[in-house]
Design a protein around this ligand. Sequence first.
Ligand SMILES: *[C@@H]1O[C@H](CO)[C@@H](O)[C@H](O)[C@H]1NC(C)=O
Length: 136
Amino acid sequence: MGSRLLCCVALCLLGAGPLDTAVSQTPKYLISQVGNKKTLKCEQNLNHDAMYWYKQDSKKLLKIMFIYVYMKLNLNETGSGRFSPHAPDNAHLNLHISSLEPGDSAVYFCASSQDTALQSHCLPVQKPPGPARKLR
Ligand SMILES: *[C@@H]1O[C@H](CO)[C@@H](O)[C@H](O)[C@H]1NC(C)=O
């Protein structure tokens, strides 16, 4: 149990702060113990219909996790039941993660886009890895 407690999961979220409108993620940084449950919140005020969660792992690969269009699940690439997104309205997509694992340590990006038609494989332009802080 001792080594289990030492194993922490660091989740990092980059995004525009509350004063910088568009897409904002909270919290910005999160450190938790393995096994815990956490929620990453995302909000956009662009009147967009589609929202996205991406994960950038330690190899810097940016992978799509979920796409929600009009509050409905449109794409799920997680292959895991531990991630449960919740879209209370068009402007929010909160990501609940249960029983955190060391492999969850990553940078999580939320994005939004206009989506006038339901397209399962039309991905938005992705932000390249780097210090840029905003996704639209
Ligand atoms: C995503 O897919 C995985 C694997 O099929 C499944 O276990 C999980 O429940 C799905 N998540 C959602 C939110 O539908």
